[in-house]
Write a protein that binds this ligand. Structure first.
Ligand code: 9D3
Length: 249
């Protein structure tokens, strides 16, 4: 998969190109990234990419023309994929959307907003979807774009050991159970005995119950969703009845 990113701060993306799973997957040729700075297509002495908002109000707005010229270069260079922009007023990023983008295998173009946002005419004419990563205020779309790229890349077959993502939250519909490693006793606290027993059926049962317990306590919305999606079995329902408070959700 090829991802082209339009950003005023291309350097930020070294966080995903030079470290970790995303870096390794890139070296393996599972994905590639091209970064484009709209300042590079400006023609005035100040290399202007923003201007004051019509109608007044605080801050500056990213101008449509430098973004359009940059997108034209991206199209000419061969990326025909969907255009995703990032803004606080976008629709929420979900695991479901991430999986759809991965499954399509299509290239993507990502437009990172800065300042108060992007001229609406560019969004209306050239952007397919605007994404937010949550109800908190960031300084721009670069971190959200990296969040999305990280979420996409680790789902590409071959990026991580195959078994690890089958087990994950959002595919089981439940939160992950706690993890333990050596030593068996740390600061006088023992690892739960069942994990040392070697009894795989008991370990699986305990781990499932830990997930149910944590999810019911901290994310009752996910219990409801997992139930609706048929992801809870008879044993799960029995355990929830006997061990948790019935939720209003
Ligand atoms: C009062 C108006 N503000 C909106 C909440 C202005 C504003 C704040 C921050 C406009 C843009 C930004 C920069 N944020 C992003 O570009 C952004 C973002 C975010 O702030 N939170 C969650 N997801 C995203 S995706 C892009």
């Amino acid at each position: 998969m090829r991802i082209d990113v339009i950003t005023l701060f291309p350097e930020i993306f070294t966080a995903i190109t030079e470290s970790g799973i995303t870096s390794r997957a890139k070296k393996r040729g599972l994905w590639s990234i091209e970064r484009w700075n709209p300042r590079d297509v400006t023609e005035d002495n100040h290399r202007t990419v923003d201007d004051r908002p019509f109608g007044g109000g605080p801050g500056m707005v990213m101008m449509a023309e430098p973004l359009k010229r940059t997108l034209d270069l991206i199209r000419t260079s061969g990326n025909r994929g969907r255009v995703i922009s990032f803004a606080p007023n976008g629709t929420r990023l979900t695991d479901e959307k991430v999986r759809e983008w991965v499954a399509s295998g299509d290239d993507l173009v990502m437009v990172c907003g800065r300042y108060e946002g992007i001229d609406q005419r560019f969004l209306d004419h050239y952007v397919d979807e605007t994404i937010s990563i949550g109800d908190f205020v960031l300084s721009g779309g670069e971190l959200p774009a990296m969040v999305l790229i990280d979420a996409i890349v680790r789902q590409i077959p071959g990026a991580i050991k195959e078994l690890s993502h089958l087990d994950e939250s959002f595919s089981t519909g439940l939160l992950d159970a706690p993890h333990y490693t050596r030593p068996e006793v740390w600061e006088e606290v023992r690892v739960p005995e069942v994990l040392l027993s070697g009894h795989h059926a008991n370990i699986a049962k305990w781990t499932r119950e830990q997930s149910l317990d944590l999810t019911a306590k901290t994310r009752p919305d996910l219990i409801k969703k997992a139930r609706a999606e048929g992801k809870l079995g008879k044993a799960d329902e029995k355990w929830l009845r006997e061990n948790t408070q019935p939720s209003k959700k």
